[in-house]
Ligand binder design. Structure first.
Ligand code: P1T
Length: 383
């Protein structure tokens, strides 16, 4: 497939990086389950020499995901955390990271517990007011790192405004686009320098594979990340790449349904007396609704809310639904429910990124909407 920019998202998902295989004509990129490749002569190879360095199944996935993010370069990793880690490896002792003040607990842990040990500094920032970034700019800052919408509070940050400030100070903006997926939001087009993903989530889409991805149009960063991908070796295997690529093909149709079902769940939550604040970027009252409407195609499939009766009831609720499975992770076709404070964001307890203990997070799946609403309603009625 050439001239990818002329095609729509769904077409790109099905065809980018996925020309029929040359030897057999296989329509689907095969799982090249090999660790190494025969070479015709010393120092010569047919494009692949060793499977940590490259694998055709991985190449197909990297080209497809890069095209979906509108990027020149795409690099896949063994997990979202491996993608995050490999980007951060480019920082040097003394460098400073600004981290948007709501983020996945694992990202917070990696930055605050692992990288600080290596002399990298960090500070959290409420980027809902981008001017704060400008006013308190630290000259050592080389990277601004944010999620939008954030995990788990669904805060929305203005990518374009933050990119402008970040670039004016000579730093790079990294956007973790896991919650939106490239179908709903394309941060590079809004000025971000790098986009990261946990492909474990919406891109894989079926809760059956772990993976990570970085997209960029910055050639220097791309070259470094490729070097690090090989040097560090946190690469996805061919079977994982195959599953992730299969998931990516249906991303658009799944996301439409995730968004539709999330709306139905939000309606229920707004009307239920046991529910306090409902956090969803598609709500008129959400502080980031206007920005979300501008930079996202729709508001997504993640919904968080506070339980009025407090932490114990929030935990009880999370354990009492039938269709919403109590589990970490998100973005799969099945609906999930969790208590971030005790589960995905436990590592942020006592930190500036601590989440409220009465918070419940839903990953709304693509089951029949009425069934999901009924499941959650009866669980809410019981608390
Ligand atoms: O789990 P892994 O594929 O390594 O991805 C890490 C990661 C990165 N960024 C965001 C925004 C994430 O949400 C995650 C993983 N999150 C969960 C497992 C979770 O339940 O929130």
């Amino acid at each position: 497939m050439t001239n990818e920019t002329e095609y729509g998202f769904e077409t790109i998902a099905l065809h980018a990086g996925q020309n029929p295989e040359q030897v057999t004509g296989a329509v689907i990129p095969p799982i090249f389950q090999t660790s190494t490749y025969a070479q015709p002569a010393v120092g010569e190879h047919l494009g692949y020499e060793y499977a940590r360095t490259g694998n055709p199944t991985r190449t197909a996935l990297e080209e497809c995901l890069a095209a979906l993010e509108g990027a020149d370069h795409g690099i896949c990793f063994a997990s979202g955390m491996a993608a995050t880690d490999t980007v951060l490896r480019r920082l040097a002792p003394g460098d400073h990271i600004v981290l948007g003040d709501d983020a996945y607990g694992g990202t917070f842990r990696l930055i605050s517990a692992i990288y600080t040990g290596g002399g990298v500094k960090w500070s959290p920032a409420d980027l809902t007011n981008p001017a704060v970034l400008d006013a308190h700019w630290n000259p050592a800052t080389t990277v601004v790192w944010l999620e939008t919408p954030t995990n788990p509070l669904l805060t929305v940050f203005d990518i374009e405004a933050i990119a402008e400030i970040t670039h004016r100070h000579g730093a790079k903006l990294v956007v973790d686009n896991t919650f939106a997926s490239p179908y709903l939001q394309q941060p590079l087009a809004l000025g971000a320098d790098l986009v990261t993903h946990s492909t474990t989530k919406y891109i894989g889409g079926h809760s059956d594979v772990v993976g990570g991805f970085v997209a960029t149009n910055d050639e220097e960063w791309a070259n470094d990340l490729r070097y690090l991908q090989n040097a560090i070796g946190a690469v996805p295997g061919p079977q994982d790449c195959f599953l992730t690529l299969r998931g990516a093909k249906t991303l658009a149709v799944r996301m439409d349904r995730h968004c539709e079902n999330a709306r139905r769940i939000v309606e229920l939550l707004l009307s239920h007396p046991a529910v306090g604040d409902v956090l969803y970027p598609g709500l008129d009252g959400h502080p980031g609704a206007q920005i979300a409407a501008r930079q996202m195609k729709a508001a997504g499939g993640m919904v968080s809310f506070r339980v009025k009766a407090g932490m114990e009831k929030a935990m009880e609720l999370a354990a009492s639904t039938k269709l919403f499975t109590l589990a970490e992770s998100l973005g799969g076709v099945e609906s999930l429910i969790e208590h971030p404070g005790a589960m995905t964001h436990l590592s942020a307890a006592g930190s500036p990124l601590e989440v409220p203990d009465d918070l419940v997070r839903l990953s709304v799946g693509i089951e029949t909407a009425d069934d999901l609403v009924e499941d959650l309603r009866s669980a809410l009625d019981r608390i």
